[in-house]
Design a protein around this ligand. Sequence first.
Ligand code: NAD
Length: 468
Amino acid sequence: MNTLSIRNPRTGVQDFSLEVFDADKVEFIVAELRQNQSAWFLMGVEKRVAHLALFAQALTDNKQALVDALVADTGRYTESVLEVDVTISGIQRWCKQAPELFTQQSERQAEIPFLNIKQSQLPYQCVGVISPWNFPLLLSLVDAIPALLAGCSIILKPSEVTSRFVKPFIAALNKVPALRQVFSVVTGAGETGQTLINNVDSICFTGSVATGRKVGESCAKRFIPAFLELGGKDPAIVCGDANVDMAAKALCWGSMVNAGQSCMSIERVYVHQDIADEFKQKLTANVAQLKHNYPDLQQGQVGPIISDKQVAIVKAQLADAKAKGATFLCGGEVLELGGGHYCQPTLITDVTPDMLVVKEETFAAVLPIFVVASDEEGVQRANDSIYGLSAAVFSENIQNAEMIASQLEAGAISINDASLTALVHEIEKQSFKYSGLGGSRMGKDSINRFVRKKAFIRNSGVDSPWWF
Ligand code: NAD
């Protein structure tokens, strides 16, 4: 068996061995999933909901083992507990909504009166899900659950960096045999991901822009849809009339939670010059209080950098900012503690658009701050990016905030708060620019990604006037 050695982010020790699924195994699994899928679809949505509700219960019963595996994968505790809870409540939310979303439509008269029409929705047989390491469980299921409810089968390949959760996950899945027939998990790195693309009917990919581009191109060659949820460089505009205390609290959380390793992390701030000094002072006071969760896992707010590869990226960005004359209000170093790498909670001013920390995704506890002469300048600079995932606006004037929100080139805008798409899942959003491609993952529209619409058009028994 081919394996990969996986590093523990807290100790730096390679203490886990991961099976690498090759092309033959993936092909075999997909063929089995395809065979099982039609029974899953034909049993109807009510029964699929019942099986997924059992699965939510099985995950709940296995919560401690899942949390333990996620802690070992990611080196953080609070977020691991939250991740399991949010995943389970997400399944329960979909279970409530699904019956209404998949109700069979009855036949109705078309605009041409002697024709009757009926819409049906046919699920893709096999959907491939490829997920990243920052929320290993949550991002493995966020697309899989609505796809299963639509009647698809799923083959999931989680990130090789954080696959320890697969064992307790499969233990929960085994408790629901009907679901197990249509849900398989394979492990491995990019090559295994590529074999998924070669075999499935549709791909949901969450990860970096660089890999997303390759995935999109491979899917295009096979004429299969690619739903891409990619990186971001989310900006926050702090207007001249903002509540400074509120902005300083919200942006401390929005930039530092999960040690900045969230796609919707705030990674740039544009603050109006009238309030800039007060804002910087308050934000610095908040950020400087944050502690690493070392040596006690359950203390502190900022965990280690999860992926080894990311360490070099963060160090390079900090060094580049220093070399180009940035000022560090706090932090600025990646520390090595007990074998893990921890980025100090870092605020940077005197930044320029050519710095890597401003142009490229950092994915760490680092926040550059620009002082701008007007809110308009903030918007214009915020939009000067290849990314368009989400953004935030702070203003006491709601009309002003909404006007700015409408000008920001991003798919979700938090107003007087930050990174709210991490918590609010019922409203549709799409990624702008290089942050993604395809329909909304959130809200009811999400299910449209997993079905093809089919039209039934019936002549009610007359000679159509256009016949020869
Ligand atoms: P990544 O692109 O390196 O890897 C993501 C997944 O793709 C992994 O499972 C990996 O094994 C697989 N992969 C790698 N090469 C592949 C290939 N050629 N074909 C198929 N699969 C391949 O991303 P990452 O470093 O794991 O995750 C961090 C990135 O994910 C960040 O850019 C972050 O912003 C982004 N992200 C986006 C969202 C979102 O919803 N928009 C959410 C979380 C993370």
